[in-house]
Design a protein around this ligand. Sequence first.
Ligand code: SAM
Ligand code: SF4
Length: 333
Amino acid sequence: MGPLMDRFGREHNYLRISVTDRCNLRCVYCMPEEGVEFTDTSNLLSFEQITEVVQSAARFGVTKLRITGGEPLVRKNLDQLIRMLASIPGISDISMTTNGILLAPQAEALRDAGLNRVNISLDTLSSARFKFIARRGELRRVLEGIEAAGRVGFDPIKLNCVLLRGVNEDEIGDFLQMAYEQPLHVRFIEYMPIGHADDNWRKQYLPLTRVLEIADERGMSYRSRDDVSGSGPSDNYEIIGGRGSFGLIHPISDEFCKRCNRLRLTADGYLKPCLYWMEELNVRQALGSEDAMEALLRKALDLKPESHEMAATLAGGTLSHVPTERRMSQIGG
Ligand code: SAM
Ligand code: SF4
């Protein structure tokens, strides 16, 4: 009954849980605009089933959970799930990644249920550009969500900003300025080829070295820091003299797999050892048996590859495994 260690000596204490593949937005880098087929709601893991998986994972050292989707806040009564998860012995940190559209009215109930932190996705500060990137929804609602997150005391508040060449790279300076002025942690994320390594991805992929170049051009002083709560694969920087900080998540230009400590549970009930590859295991087969669930968790670790090889995908090289056909919205990021 040891910790969840994989073949490469990486200990897993973190489970990302997708609660739905549905979403109220259609971000260009995540989903097509029309014609997306969603998992039938009757086929989603129930709150009780998710809780059972987490109880097993917690017995073997999982302490941190992240709720994601699709858009997690479109799943009804999510605060009930948070409450159920927060009461599991060993679980000490529950966070959520959300697009923020539905956050303001739910923030207080989520906090009261035991949610500790939120990451809010925000790729632009321009309403017109928001329409282009997210295709639906309004920037104003996201900004209200960020404000509500601060008001109810989520800490730290992180913003996830996926950078796309020729689309929002001209806003890097504005986001840095935002992190200078406000107590926010802005995480710049490289565009990943999840579910579609197509020409558009190759064209729009932007290495994050650009962020530090722009910080330098603006005369911003920053220094590396490693104390941002739950920072995982992010390289973090404190802005000297500023109120906030920023981070770089660069899976392609600087692979982070050596530090990987996470497993993923999809909304339709599959355990994914790696974000990028196709391998996954059906947790429904193990529900109802602690031994079977432990065996499944350990099998997922045995299947976990050393790294994701997205850089080889960009370079057009040969890959060691088959990439997943799921979109990011069907995995949870
Ligand atoms: N709907 C929620 C949201 O957008 O925050 C949670 C799910 S979303 C799939 C999780 C994160 O993945 C978001 O921060 C989103 O920006 C990011 N993401 C989606 N597709 C991506 C891609 N192709 N490359 C990099 N990040 C991506
Ligand atoms: Fe929805 Fe999040 Fe995907 Fe955007 S990134 S389409 S908000 S799941």
